[in-house]
Design a protein around this ligand. Structure first.
Ligand SMILES: Nc1ncnc2c1ncn2[C@@H]1O[C@H](COP(=O)(O)OP(=O)(O)OP(=O)(O)O)[C@@H](O)[C@H]1O
Ligand code: SF4
Ligand SMILES: [Mg+2]
Length: 376
């Protein structure tokens, strides 16, 4: 099994937008909050929200970013949108590294647009749809006045399938359904003719019955307009439906990436297997849940080695000591897990004691650990 020096190489050879080694640490502040007491005086305590993430978004392609709450998905989307500066790492657009000047930032904002989860809070309630769509057109000088502005606005509504357009153009956000509001938010993002659309949980606040329509709209934008789309979601089933490539994030790091079908049919990483086992399945009687399989770790003091090791049913001694590299498990499919290594020493491959989440009944008090296991 080959360890990849650059995990993005496993996914795509010619990205439009590319992140290399992006890292974001948020300093821990706030002495008054009990959970943070004890950290405040140490200096340097930080939330390790995104750690050494490399990701490539090709044109005319949807990349889904999947992970549990708190895994760093939104932070990564905000880094890609350049709304927050990275602690380290870099971004490349069309293969050229981005500069930090304000002018370059404005040009970047036109090319890379972010759509947020909650269309109610992202649209201004005192303005109608016309205002929301004409403003970016005017600010960026992308349409003239009068009829050409009206045509451009109507064109935007048609692109997101809000037609007849005259039914929507004078409506206020509260007069629209959740799905219609999200379409207006997407139309506003499209107004500046971006090449990359970052959609952070664009359907998670919508009624299940209208989610599919929105996902199909994103698929349409990929096909008709060649957009590079990042689709951020908790829901690996919708990622499989929409995405060409799925990237799985755990505790701030990418643990698996690959073509959507191969990653969901043959998940290589134990965390992806866990996510899939909890995905909705019409044939299963019980509702799915990750509860009972432990919870994500603190990102202020993340676990050593593989960050998943305290929850992993396959954890070995090496997992607690060293972060696994990304191994190519199939063409274009990479997994960061020591199980793929073929040259571990017996001491490294020794199984760690199972996590409490994997033990249905507590061991009787006084019982000794089993041979070959160690307790942590
Ligand atoms: N501005 C901030 N300051 C401090 N910590 C932050 C900040 N923004 C995010 N975090 C922390 O970074 C971690 C990752 O958060 P993020 O919002 O990126 O996760 P997420 O995967 O998008 O979660 P969700 O699925 O719930 O939206 C969390 O521990 C969060 O508390
Ligand atoms: S590296 Fe070890 S702990 Fe991490 S997922 Fe693989 S087997 Fe589990
Ligand atoms: Mg989020």
């Amino acid at each position: 099994m080959t360890a990849l020096a650059d995990p993005t190489a496993a996914v795509t050879p010619s990205p439009l937008l590319e992140a290399r080694g992006l890292t974001k640490h948020f300093p821990v502040h706030g002495k008054s909050r009990p959970a943070r007491r004890g950290l405040a005086g140490r200096g340097g305590a930080a939330v390790h929200a995104v750690e050494d993430v490399s990701l490539a978004l090709p044109a005319a392609s949807v990349t889904a970013l999947v992970g549990e709450s708190g895994s760093g998905k939104s932070t990564l989307a905000r880094l890609l949108a350049r709304l927050i500066p990275p602690t380290s790492g870099k971004l490349l657009l069309d293969g050229a590294e981005l500069r930090l000047s304000r002018r370059a930032g404005r040009g970047y904002a036109r090319q890379v647009q972010l759509v947020l989860q909650d269309p109610f809070s992202s649209l201004n309630p005192v303005h109608d749809v016309r205002y929301h769509l004409t403003r970016p057109l005017k600010v960026h000088g992308l349409a003239g006045q009068g009829s050409s502005l009206d045509e451009a606005t109507a064109g935007l509504l048609e692109r997101v399938a809000l037609s007849p357009t005259e039914h929507f153009i004078d409506k206020y956000p509260h007069e629209l359904s959740g799905g219609q509001r999200q379409r207006v938010a997407i139309a506003r993002a499209l107004a500046v003719r971006p090449r990359v659309l970052l959609a952070d949980e664009p359907v998670s606040m919508l009624d299940v019955s209208i989610r599919l329509g929105l996902l199909n709209l994103l698929a349409d934008l990929r096909e008709r307009e060649g957009l590079a789309i990042l689709y951020v979601t908790h829901d690996i089933a919708s990622a499989r439906y929409l995405a060409d490539v799925i990237v799985v994030m755990y505790a701030g790091q990418i643990v698996e990436s690959g073509p959507a079908t191969s990653l969901t049919d043959e998940p290589a990483h134990p965390y992806t297997q866990l996510l899939l086992s909890a995905a909705p399945d019409p044939d299963r009687a019980e509702p799915p849940s990750l509860a009972g399989r432990g919870s994500p770790p603190s990102l202020v003091t993340p676990p050593s080695g593989c960050r998943f090791h305290p929850r992993c049913p396959h954890a070995m001694a090496v997992c607690a000591d060293s972060a696994p590299p990304h191994f190519e498990v199939a063409p274009g499919h990479a997994s960061a897990c020591w199980l793929h290594a073929t040259d571990l020493e017996p001491a490294q491959a020794r199984k760690l004691a199972k996590s409490p989440a994997d033990q249905p009944t507590p061991a009787p008090s006084g019982s000794a650990p089993q041979a070959g296991e160690e307790t942590r």
